[in-house]
Design a protein around this ligand. Structure first.
Ligand code: SF4
Length: 336
């Protein structure tokens, strides 16, 4: 069996990235970092990590905040269920971050990967992480074609990752393989020349690095058409709080009409008032492409909107957590 831990630890001691959460062993901060960094670029996540640590320095501080405040601080980062889970998990901690693997794994929003990352990095517990970087490095070095999203593949890679883990240096080893995948063994054009694993790498030998890892299923992408109404009534505008069962749960948005195609929306409560279109933006999420259009309309004082809409002073809009698409569309309103 090949052993990649020694060269990876060696590589890490020279090339590890200097990130703020690498200067702490506080499991709470490492958890914050792990949740924030899921599906997020380091450069973007860094600012959010600093904001969260400063505003909520402990589990109790986070637990005491309102969900609206947590979502507002999270605004712009996407995948808002992470913020809601973060808040719910902090409440469940009763002031103390769990100290066992089982306790960490039981936190809302924490799966196998995150539990292994927190327990190894904070407590040096011998749990191997398996994320996209680890799948890539292992599939290439060991030349494994088993799809990483199949039941068999998940089992095979989890076992291999655990076998390769340096039990005494679990914290450094896990961070080493993830950093290595993110900076050297990258999805496109990996830096095979000069790679410390190149001599034992099957993908390098067979010149098929970019074919690995293999995925079974293609993600199904749906297209949606959102029409937002910036309805002005004197000093006031209207908002709507999104509900469960769809994207952006509990975030605020302008009154929305969703149509199955690009057609213009028909809105009964507008009673024939003229919509001034102020632009369309394409917004790409992991499973959806949204075409968002914004319209401005001046409502006479006599018009009453359905009760699902909240009437706010337009100057107060900045106090609400709103999705990035709506933020960008609102910038267009200023232009008309
Ligand atoms: S030789 Fe290339 S493909 Fe193999 S581990 Fe190194 S960077 Fe990745």
């Amino acid at each position: 069996m090949k052993n990649i831990s020694t060269p990876l630890l060696n590589w890490y001691s020279h090339y590890k990235r200097d990130l703020p959460w690498r200067h702490t062993k506080d499991p709470y901060k490492i958890w914050l970092c792990e949740i924030i960094m899921q599906q997020t670029r380091v450069a973007q996540g860094l600012a959010y990590y600093n904001k969260f640590v400063e505003r909520f320095p402990s589990p109790s501080a986070l637990a005491k905040a309102s969900e609206d405040e947590v979502l507002k601080l999270w605004q712009g980062l996407g995948y808002y269920s992470r913020a809601r889970n973060l808040h719910a998990a902090a409440k469940s901690m009763k002031g103390k971050f769990p100290s066992t693997y089982e306790g960490v794994r039981a936190l809302k929003g924490v799966g196998d990967y995150t539990a292994a990352a927190i327990c190894s990095i904070a407590y040096n517990m011998p749990y191997a992480v398996v994320d996209g970087n680890v799948y890539r490095v292992l599939s290439r070095v060991f030349g494994i074609d088993t799809p990483i999203d199949s039941t068999e593949g998940k089992k095979q890679f989890a076992q291999l990752a655990q076998e390769q883990l340096d039990q005494k240096h679990a914290s450094d080893y896990n961070q080493a393989i993830m950093d290595f995948g993110a900076t050297v063994c990258t999805p496109q054009t990996p830096q095979c020349a000069g790679c410390p694993l190149s001599k034992q790498c099957i993908a390098r030998r067979d010149n098929r690095a970019e074919e690995l890892p293999v995925k079974e299923k293609k993600t199904k992408i749906s297209t949606r058409y959102f029409h937002y109404i910036y309805a002005v009534q004197g000093d006031f505008i209207y908002l709507h709080k999104r509900g469960a069962g769809d994207i952006w749960q509990n975030l605020y948005e302008l009154p929305l009409i969703e149509t199955p195609t690009e057609e213009k929306p028909k809105v009964a409560w507008l009673k024939g008032a003229k919509l001034a279109e102020a632009g369309t933006l394409k917004h790409v999420l992991s499973h959806q492409v949204i075409y968002g259009t914004i319209y401005k309309v001046q409502l006479p004082p006599s018009v009453k909107l359905p009760s699902e809409f909240i009437k706010i002073k337009s100057a107060d809009l900045k106090k609400y957590a709103i999705p990035r698409l709506v933020q960008k569309l609102l910038a267009n309103i200023k232009k008309i």
